[in-house]
Design a protein around this ligand. Sequence first.
Ligand code: GLU
Length: 444
Amino acid sequence: MSQVVTRFAPSPTGRLHVGNIRTALHNWLLAKQAGGRFLLRIDDTDAARSREEHVESIRADLAWLGLHPDGEERQSARFAIYEEAFERLAAQGRVYRAYETAQELELKRKVLLGRGLPPIYDRSALALTEADHAAKAAAGEMPHWRFKLDHDTPITWDDGIRGPQHFDPRQMSDPVVRRADGSWLYMLPSAIDDVAMGVTDVLRGEDHVSNTATQVQMFAALGAQPPRFAHEALLTGAEGKLSKRLGSLGVADLREAGIEPEALVALLARLGTADPVDATLDADQLAASFDLSRFGRAPARFDEAELQRVNAAIVHRLPFERVSPLLPEGMGEAAWEAIRPNLAHVAEAAEWWSVVQGPIAAPAQDAETATFLQHAAQVAAALDWQAAPWAALTAALKDATGRKGKALFLPLRQALTGMDHGPDMNALLPLIAQDEAVRRLSSN
Ligand code: GLU
């Protein structure tokens, strides 16, 4: 069997949002899992709507997510290839010229619908003779081009998610593939590219199912085997429909909200399955367990609260090397490891680092507790700070004062950090300089 090749084919008309990030990720996982190749194909045939800044942001977003393509192609560099394939289809009579305006087509649709018939293009342009075409050309009328579906060959494919699919080409309009100005619609160049680039698996949203039905015949007309197809259910928000905000939620917004790429990858890798999210940093592990047959046909719910939970689980695992550029100056590995279990977002590390460094504002204590803390300061001053000072401090104070549990730990934590909760003091206290800790304990 040939090597698996997948592609992510965004049109650079905007930034990537959660939905197309998921499509990119799933294509990447599918390729990784099979030891295959993942291509980035920039669908920029529409020069008016495509922007270079979007191409760059798509590349940057994929890089941030760690989805490095094994190759990049641009449709705008491939017009000669489309032209050549188009000539062949024209020679075979698989594309034909038509002249109906949008208004004329709309009228035909209305008439058919009014009669209770499906609004299928009536192919009247097929009846035009060469003399008719010459007359149109002489009158300055330029044709657009339709792909002629083969009415005698039923369209079928076994969809990787939706199962066996059947379409009757007689119930479909011949799709327009090229506009009167010579520009391309998405469908034919995409099929030509999938053949030329050896794409074996096309995984995309279910909004493309009807495109696939016509493209299956395009592959055949191009003399090629169609790739395997799989169409994923679209995303919805927690409340049903994908909200406008969610629909446009992009990498920049997620970054700003403190979401780590590993969290987005872990969540989106499972979104659409009933399987639990695996909050792993290891994308190869996600690839190994990626399984299209686990995806259902029901819309997949994207829940921002769940993303936040996965993010926290990921942050708790991030190694120091990965986050060090994001941490405050001077914050080292021991500090990161002490603090990370308390974080929902990496940026909160700065708050705990300022607790370590001080100054802090500790709550006022009653007279008895203040005396206890003065005692604690004396014990702390005499400790070996290199040897588990929190355990030594609390053991000595427990023996000397009889305090235990909350009465022992809470005033110490409050005096040392200014907070009631926080990182494990065993890990946190050694980060606070000894003389600073003594000062905090005695400043009551
Ligand atoms: N450029 C198309 C889109 O963004 C590609 C669809 C596809 O073939 O995957 O919808």
